[in-house]
Design a protein around this ligand. Sequence first.
Ligand code: SF4
Length: 352
Amino acid sequence: MTITRRRLIKTVCLIGAALLLKGCRTFEELPIDLESWQPAYANLEASGELAQRIEQAYAIMEECWLCPRRCGVNRHRDQKGFCRAPERAMVYTRQPHFGEELPLVGQWGSGTIFFSNCNLRCVFCQNWEIAHEGWGYPITDAALADMMLELQAMGCHNINLVTPTHVMPNILNATRIALKKGLRLPLCYNTSGYEHVEIIRLLDGIVDIYLPDMKFMDGVQAARYNLAEANNYPEMAKKSIMEMHRQVGTLVTDKRGIAMRGLIVRHLVMPNRVAGTREFVQWVAENLSRDTYVNIMSQYRVEFRAFEYEDIARAITSEEFVDAIEWAKRAGLTNLDERALSQYEIHRRVAR
Ligand code: SF4
């Protein structure tokens, strides 16, 4: 068929119009059906309990025990504990994030808010400028609420709160403010796992998606690779993750595969098996459920001060990653992250 000038112009116009229409999604194409979906916190607000929880959370800051460090400082009086966090939340950045697990990313990204500071502070931290050095700026709870709403307006599928533990009261208050202005996305609590189980209980009925790390299964290793010893990390993380699982169960997605509610557990494979991957997968199988969504991650890098520690001063080998996934399969885990399984296929070929 001969392409005439007129036909060419018509085709270009049609393609342009199609692209424009894709950019202007209709209501039906929005990531979440805003009319029917109710995030957990909306139900709690309707029952009149959300305000009470916020009050309880802010009271904990008076002698801060928001995390297992239990510093006892009065954050309302500008006293700072181990995490160095002030009373106000500090944010480094916020953005639609496409590097998270696929059910969180969907089509339009996970609405990620990176909080400054951290209550764990690993020596191999990949975000050390934000977590250790506290890069970021303080914001009011009202401004944090506006950030959540902006991410929703961008089409993100959830509000992904990265390192939320030390700013949990601010998050709850901001969520309530945002809810009144139309926030309808599920909250995703993206934590290092160094949590106090009583604090996690306070989040029951507020958080829809929990995204904890399980970094170490052994207290000696946890203490070795944190700036201030956290030898109770495995105990605290295990109890907290079991409570998260009790609250939200296994991951539930909508018909497009986008996460709406449930638990995703992350585990970073480390060199020389220091993270205890074999024990981790066994623990999940025995204490959560075999269909728990588990992301066994291969992206360990020698960052921050990791080069000072002989055992972790190198990347992982293909054999180490292959072993990790095979242990998970042998433990009977049935819901392993898709991208981790693709990585496994690549490493398997290299390891042969
Ligand atoms: S949140 Fe910070 S100040 Fe509070 S107990 Fe934990 S480390 Fe200490």
